[in-house]
Design a protein around this ligand. Structure first.
Ligand code: GLN
Length: 489
């Protein structure tokens, strides 16, 4: 049952062949068995989840409709506010912070009948690509526990990949949904900027952050996006546009579509990743699509621009963690000392590095040289994408240059770690939707095919993912979790 996608669990739940409470108990038992090894979760809320599952069962028994996700266990990345439960962001700074309200996406999940089982591990404040920057220890990849799951939504990707839950939420500022999805062999979507509310998502870089689904396949991403998407008066950047019925778009196929490949940008690709990507291209052609070479001449500048802009926004957003209002406070003889001590003790090394980088590039005298120039690069990268997507329907490229790397391999070299995001950050700068779905494995490890669409065309992106998955079946492979990891394969 832990391998069934949500869209196959739902009919069983509705037909009362499967009780929400039983499904939840299976999920909790699986977490119990595997999480000591994998550490996907920072917190569980088993009792509240049980009460919610019983309520869903009662409503279904009474013939009422408890919503489109009724009875499905869902995990939340721990930078999404869940009322009454600690929201740590993987940081000592917020270890004791309990939000007094639910994020809009959390409220929407609960209104749809989903059962929130717990909060998942992440790189501190979502800054990282391996989940090793969590103050509470790393998460491990179920395909090889000596390797990272990617990040920063590593816990959510592992919770899905290991069959603990069918659905999870992540956030993606520069790749944090797509890259861990690729490393763990699951599907993950970063929606168009403004498609999903950020109210109650702890901000990293506000002009780039977007919440999105991680799931077993594209169809489940569509199911979850349909619940998450739509206008929210609590987030002025969340656009008031109609939300299509994504599920209804899933079977339309990609016959006759033009898919663009930015070949010049893929020069340094790992040879086996390149082979997997070529094979993916052939499968897409087999589905009736045409592959076209496209130019995105400024895309190579997306990574350096991202690593100016994201830290600049982070340095401003994280100024609020000063020992006064939220979480940690280390006392001192005066206010300035208290703040200095609190921030010194509360933030880990990567977060401090980003705050220093961001403060530097925004400071008088350097603003023009760094921040303003990076903003200009952002505009031309966006223009490149718009021009390319005027000629083709979608863009395809690998999600990452290499598959999951060993724990510790890149922790002492931040630049190496930043290069993990080379294929994903451009999409955030341009604000576009991007999906990662599993393509042929590379050296026995999952690899991701990234599908990018025009703004607001999540439906087209997901339909392409679905067509690719029905043709290839790579998403059906599951990590072989041996008895030493506490569970059967
Ligand atoms: N890995 C990137 C970073 O460290 C992206 C993180 C994210 O998308 N939250 O900034």
């Amino acid at each position: 049952m832990y391998r069934l996608p949500a869209h196959q669990l739902l009919p069983l739940l509705r037909a009362r062949q499967l009780r929400a409470r039983d499904l939840l108990e299976k999920a909790l038992a699986r977490i119990d068995g595997l999480d000591p090894t994998l550490h996907a979760f920072l917190a569980l809320r088993a009792d509240q989840a049980r009460a919610q599952a019983d309520q869903v069962d009662a409503e279904l028994d009474a013939g009422r409709d408890p919503g489109p996700l009724a009875g499905l266990p869902v995990a939340l990345k721990d930078n999404l506010c869940l009322k009454g439960t600690p929201t740590t962001c993987g940081s000592r700074m917020l270890e004791t912070f309990v939000p007094p309200y639910d994020a809009t996406v959390v409220r929407r999940l609960q209104d749809a009948g989903a059962i929130v089982v717990g909060k998942t591990n992440l790189d501190e404040f979502a800054m990282g690509s391996s989940t090793e920057n969590s103050a509470f220890g790393p998460t491990r990849n179920p395909w090889d526990p000596q390797r990272v799951p990617g990040g920063s939504s590593g816990g959510s990707a592992v919770a899905v990949a290991a069959g603990m839950v069918p659905l999870a939420l992540g956030s993606d500022t520069g790749g944090s949904i797509r890259q861990p999805a690729a490393f763990c062999g699951v599907s993950g979507l970063k929606p168009t900027y403004g498609r999903v509310s950020r109210h109650g998502l702890v901000a990293f870089a506000s002009s780039l952050d977007q919440v999105g689904p991680l799931a077993r396949d594209a169809r489940d991403c569509a199911l979850l996006l349909g619940v998450l998407a739509g206008h929210d008066p609590m987030d002025s950047t969340c656009r008031d546009l109609p939300v299509p019925d994504y599920q209804a778009l899933m079977d339309r196929g990609i016959e006759g579509l033009r898919l663009g490949i930015p070949r010049a940008f893929l020069g340094g690709l790992d040879p086996e990743m390149a082979t997997s990507f070529e094979e993916a291209g052939r499968a897409l052609v087999g589905c009736g699509a045409e592959l076209v070479d496209v130019e995105l001449p400024h895309l190579e500048y997306a990574l350096p621009a991202y690593y100016i802009l994201a830290p600049a926004e982070a340095s401003s957003n994280l100024a609020r963690f000063d020992g006064v209002r939220y979480g940690l406070r280390v006392p001192g003889p005066d206010v300035a000392t208290m703040m200095r001590r609190t921030r010194a003790a509360g933030f880990g090394p990567e977060v401090k590095r980003r705050i220093m980088l961001g403060t530097y590039t925004l400071s008088a005298g350097y603003h023009e040289a760094y921040y303003s120039r990076a903003q200009k690069v952002r505009s031309v990268v966006g223009e490149d994408f718009r021009k390319a997507l005027a000629r083709v329907d979608l863009l395809v490229l690998p999600t990452t240059p290499v598959p999951a790397f060993p724990l510790g391999e890149k922790t002492s070299n931040p630049l190496e770690m930043y290069l993990s995001d080379v294929y994903t950050v451009g999409v955030n700068l341009a604000g576009l939707p991007g999906l990662s779905v599993p393509m042929a494995p590379v050296r026995g490890l999952p690899a991701g095919l990234q599908i990018i669409g025009r703004a607001w065309d999540e439906g087209g992106v997901l339909a392409c993912g679905e067509a690719f998955q029905s043709a290839t079946g790579f998403h059906l492979a599951a990590a072989e979790l041996g008895p030493s990891s506490g569970g059967p394969a």
